[in-house]
Design a protein around this ligand. Structure first.
Ligand code: 13P
Length: 344
């Protein structure tokens, strides 16, 4: 198959209206931290079991178009002995893979970071593709303070994101381009808006210079929101309006789908914000989710590492998947939080 046909086939599935992406690609240190917070031991087997719970939830392919895997999971099998990428494809869900190698200090910056992992990326993509991966993810982070993000951090991360995206497309892999403006800090909504606009502008400028075909990317941004410890909490509508304002100024209509990260918002906030944005209407792109914590929190806290809780944990996951699917169509209401969700 030509790479363009591969890219077209993948993006048409990822951009389907009412479907989103499950980020289940936490690195081993990150998932270990999340497990430990709720008293679950982290081992290769508990991580495998947990990811199997998510991916085999009955009915979840109605809401989930793709799952981002960590390399360990790409190489693991379900309890029936089926490799996870194959098991996903059997239910109509596309497997993806996190390909960045995390954050390192950006030299000559004040505590800023750049994402590494470009060295050897073409070879790794070839291997991941042979194991079934159709799309990839690379996350850049920007922290807000009085002096950051600096122009250096904005420009450097944009350049690296664009190089990653170009390499992915050359291999017939759809790149998820993830510039995350962190929620940590006491900044206002207005400050987050003032930072997110140049960050996205730089990303699209770099994508253009690197000849990335915008028709075959997924943009995974953070929402424009006040910092976690800011005393002035923005309303759902304010977050929705500010986020859409910035996206309309910076993201060309050629981009088929924007799938947000949840970034430390609660499960309910992430759903309500996505819904409010879709209700604004008149959007040039599909607007959906690519959440990790906001899809998984209740599931993990229900499972607690115990076999007897698996069915309830899957119900908890299916509920978040369904409510976010409705939010991606502007059809969610807060009252639905109290309803039981039948999902199978
Ligand atoms: P959160 O939804 O938990 O922010 O994670 C999304 C993600 O994939 C971060 O890279």
């Amino acid at each position: 198959m030509s790479t363009i046909i591969e890219l077209e086939s993948t993006i048409s599935k990822l951009a389907a209206r009412g479907k989103g992406i499950l980020a289940a690609d936490e690195s081993t240190p990150t998932i270990t931290k999340r497990f430990q917070a709720v008293g679950i031991e982290s081992s290769e087997e508990t991580r495998r079991t947990y990811r199997e719970i998510l991916m085999t939830t009955p009915g979840c392919s109605q809401y989930i178009a793709g799952v981002i895997l960590y390399e360990e999971t790409l190489n693991q099998k379900t309890s029936q002995g089926i490799p996870f990428p194959e098991a996903l494809k059997n239910t109509g869900i596309l497997p993806g893979i996190k390909v960045d190698k995390g954050l390192v200090h950006l030299a000559n910056s004040l505590d800023e970071q750049v994402t590494q992992g470009l060295d050897g990326l073409p070879e790794r993509l070839t291997e991941y593709k042979s194991k079934g991966a159709c799309f990839a993810k690379w996350r850049a982070v920007y922290s807000i303070s009085d002096t950051t993000p600096s122009k250096l951090a904005i420009k450097t991360n944009a350049e690296v994101l664009a190089r990653y995206a170009a390499i992915c497309q050359e291999h017939g892999i759809v790149p998820i381009v993830e510039p995350e403006v962190l929620i940590d800090g006491d900044h206002t909504l207005a400050r987050c808006e003032a930072v997110t606009e140049p960050v996205l502008h730089a990303v699209f400028n770099a994508l253009y210079r690197h000849k990335v075909k915008l028709e075959y990317i997924v943009l995974k941004p953070s929402m424009v929101i006040n910092g976690k410890t800011c005393p002035q909490k923005a309303s759902i509508r304010e977050v929705a309006e500010a986020t859409i304002r910035v996206l309309k100024r910076t993201v060309p209509g050629a981009v088929p789908t924007i799938n947000f990260l949840s970034g430390g918002q609660t499960s309910e906030q992430s759903t309500a914000h996505l819904n409010a944005m879709n209700q604004l209407g008149n959007l040039p792109w599909n607007l959906s989710f690519s959440y990790a914590r906001a899809l998984q929190d209740y599931c993990m806290k229900t499972w607690l590492g115990q076999a007897k809780n698996i069915a309830a944990a899957q119900t908890a996951f299916a509920k978040r998947a369904k409510l976010n699917s409705l939010a991606a169509q502007g059809k969610y209401t807060e009252a639905m939080e109290k309803e039981e969700v039948s999902h199978a």
